[in-house]
Design a protein around this ligand. Sequence first.
Ligand SMILES: Nc1ncnc2c1ncn2[C@@H]1O[C@H](COP(=O)(O)OP(=O)(O)O)[C@@H](O)[C@H]1O
Ligand SMILES: [Mg+2]
Length: 304
Amino acid sequence: MEKPFIEVTDLTRRYPAAKGGEPLTVFEHANFSIEKGEFVCIIGHSGCGKSTIMNILAGLDAPTEGGIIMGGKEISGPSLDRGVVFQNYSLLPWLSALKNVMFGVRARHPDWSRDQVVAHSEQYLEMVGLTGGAEHRKPAQLSGGMRQRVSIARAFAIQPQLLLLDEPFGALDALTRGTIQDELIRIWSATEQTVFMITHDVDEAILLSDRILLMTNGPFARVAESVVVDIARPRQRAEIIHDPAYYKIRNHLVEFLARRSKELSGSHGREASGGPPLTVRPGLKDPDDKEREPSWPKLVSAVG
Ligand SMILES: Nc1ncnc2c1ncn2[C@@H]1O[C@H](COP(=O)(O)OP(=O)(O)O)[C@@H](O)[C@H]1O
Ligand SMILES: [Mg+2]
């Protein structure tokens, strides 16, 4: 079988003990893979290590044990093949919105003329609705939501193979959020891009993803389940909520977050750790399908 695009193997992140404290194991033995072109969301309670996993994927942090292979190569540092939208925007404060975007575009396309770089960057700023002068303002002169939009434009504009998004829409109002979600899906469907996105919004995760990874609570968090979103695309925000599969998936996610993320955490989770996450398909179209009876053991199977 062909190797997956991204293979995360036994990924573990521990922090040494602070003065007088205990060492901290944020998560251990995270094992999952992502196919080329897949849209994967990861959900888990605050502090379970989602941003840490993303930083390791970005090459900005290193695991204590285990590793990640992307496109046949071990991730060992940052690369223009991976575009990141951070939870806290992290723009260069001395540059205008436009120049923040141009910075990455220029690095990506060193052979382009200045006009080409400007035109390309402006196109992405337009996509996130930053025009009419706002593009010439510095981050301190922009609202939180506007800064987040610059950060999204900057990541998208380098057209990376892998987009890493850390709660990218959290600071946006509902209308902008919807527009940028639609734009993200449009760009993603039109390209070979692979997306790994952190969100705390289960509805957003179902609307956008092919698959949702569920993490148990930290410390000693694990990637416990891989939930398949088998809802046909294109998905319309207003229509998807009438799909029976939608509620099955939603209930499964909410139940995991409310109860099982805790039950599976800590020492109990540790005993069970090490393997790949369980693949779950709560939204199966035909629950009476004889092939899938009896339901529980066959609905859940380990991914290879
Ligand atoms: N530099 C650090 N030193 C010690 N602990 C850290 C450091 N960075 C993050 N942590 C801890 O790692 C855990 C996971 O953090 P994070 O990945 O940001 O979680 P999430 O994004 O899921 O909310 C938290 O308990 C956090 O306090
Ligand atoms: Mg985080």
